[in-house]
Design a protein around this ligand. Structure first.
Ligand code: NAD
Length: 350
């Protein structure tokens, strides 16, 4: 069974000026402009404000990692005071998360202008943090109505973040391929994303402003995000959720360190999938192919370097096995503890 996503996507270079038309198309006349206030995105946010012109009635620049409920409530007060009828967000997964959190509480239409490769903009999934706990839910009201991808906005994304965010996208594609919900449509999207990420990251490592590689990577992020929105994820996403939510590790970096190890763990139970991934990457083996790609482009390879305490590894393994979920290979506490230890040391998977 496959349900196609109803979201509208504009993709290209120099598409930012189209956001006003897209807002009007959704009936928006009182826009709340959302961002994370980061100085690196200030110019792009100003350009978007100019594009939207008199449609903007309020701005909120406090989006934060893991979508804290207190932040959402502040933005909600502003939204109600200003009788906002449309949300426009520019930024990475954190800003998209805020737009989704507001939309699910108000049913307002959302337009997302992504600036990373996280892929959240095309999923109906929202992870929110309240009292230090991150809870994830899914609903059609969470799915953004319109996404405007502008490749030019990704040119300034530093190469280190491009690598980790690109591997975050790769993780969605990899786990979609061995998901029990996989179908020919998600398989095709995922394999295309794997191949594109494998080609684009080394090119960008050598030349971060290569437009064709930037376009290829952003398109891969869109495809991978669609996979994430369409099928259930497995061990890799569960582990990263635990490491980010409970141990405060950074999102995209954690995905980058864990992915080759989660793949190596699952490989004996997903041989055909791993062969397809290896083929798409042009590597002899999938888990080591991903590890070598990350090393080649200077990405992080150890949990120790991300600030994880070795003493917390067993607890992380325990938390990640506390509730059962679909995964190609049976999840055992000792198996996961070994996986995490390898990732902590930064070993190349066997
Ligand atoms: P992010 O949005 O937190 O951004 C990380 C940093 O990069 C920020 O400081 C931001 O200002 C900066 N940045 C963003 N774009 C930039 C650009 N073009 N140039 C320079 N700097 C830029 O990080 P993220 O990895 O995009 O998103 C992570 C969050 O998204 C997490 O909370 C994660 O749980 C969530 N997420 C959700 C889904 C979903 O489907 N619900 C999917 C993926 C990620």
């Amino acid at each position: 069974m496959h349900t196609a996503s109803p979201s509208r996507v504009v993709f290209g270079a120099g598409t930012l000026p189209q956001v006003r038309d897209e807002a009007e198309r959704l009936g928006g006349s009182r826009v709340l402009l959302l961002s994370d206030g980061s100085p690196v995105l200030r110019k792009d946010t100003e350009r978007l404000r100019e594009v939207l012109g008199d449609l903007v009635v309020a701005e909120f620049d406090g989006a934060a990692m893991h979508t804290p409920v207190e932040v959402t409530e502040q933005a909600l007060d502003l939204l109600r005071d200003q009788r906002v009828d449309c949300l426009v967000a520019i930024g990475g997964g954190s800003t998209t998360g805020l737009a989704k959190a507001l939309a699910v509480r108000t049913d307002l239409p959302q337009i997302i202008v992504p600036t990373t490769y996280a892929g959240s903009e095309v999923t109906p999934v929202l992870g929110e943090t309240a009292d230090g706990r991150k809870v994830t839910r899914s609903s059609p009201a969470i799915l953004p109505n319109t996404v405007v991808y502008d490749v030019e906005l990704t040119l300034a994304l530093p190469i280190a973040m491009s690598v980790t965010s690109g591997i975050n996208a790769l993780a969605h594609a990899v786990e979609a391929l061995y998901s029990p919900d996989a179908d020919p449509v998600t398989d095709a999207m995922a394999l295309e994303a794997v191949a594109a990420i494998g080609r684009a990251l080394p090119t960008l490592h050598d030349n971060p402003s290569d437009m064709a590689a930037r376009a290829e990577l952003l398109q891969a992020a869109w495809l991978s995000g669609n996979c994430l929105g369409a099928v259930g994820m497995g061990l890799h996403h569960k582990l990263c959720h635990t490491l980010g939510g409970t141990f405060g590790l950074p999102h995209a970096e954690t995905h980058t360190v864990i992915l080759p190890h989660a793949m190596a763990y699952n490989a004996p139970a997903a041989e055909q999938t791993m062969e397809r991934i290896a083929h798409a990457l042009g590597a002899p083996d999938a888990p080591t192919g991903v590890f070598d790609l990350i090393r080649q482009v200077g990405g992080p390879t150890s949990l120790r370097d991300l600030g994880m305490a070795e003493a917390d590894l067993d607890r992380a393994a325990e938390l990640a096995t506390a509730q059962p979920y679909p995964n190609p290979r049976e999840l055992t506490r000792t198996g996961l503890a070994d996986l995490l230890r390898d990732a902590w040391h930064g070993h190349r998977p066997q």
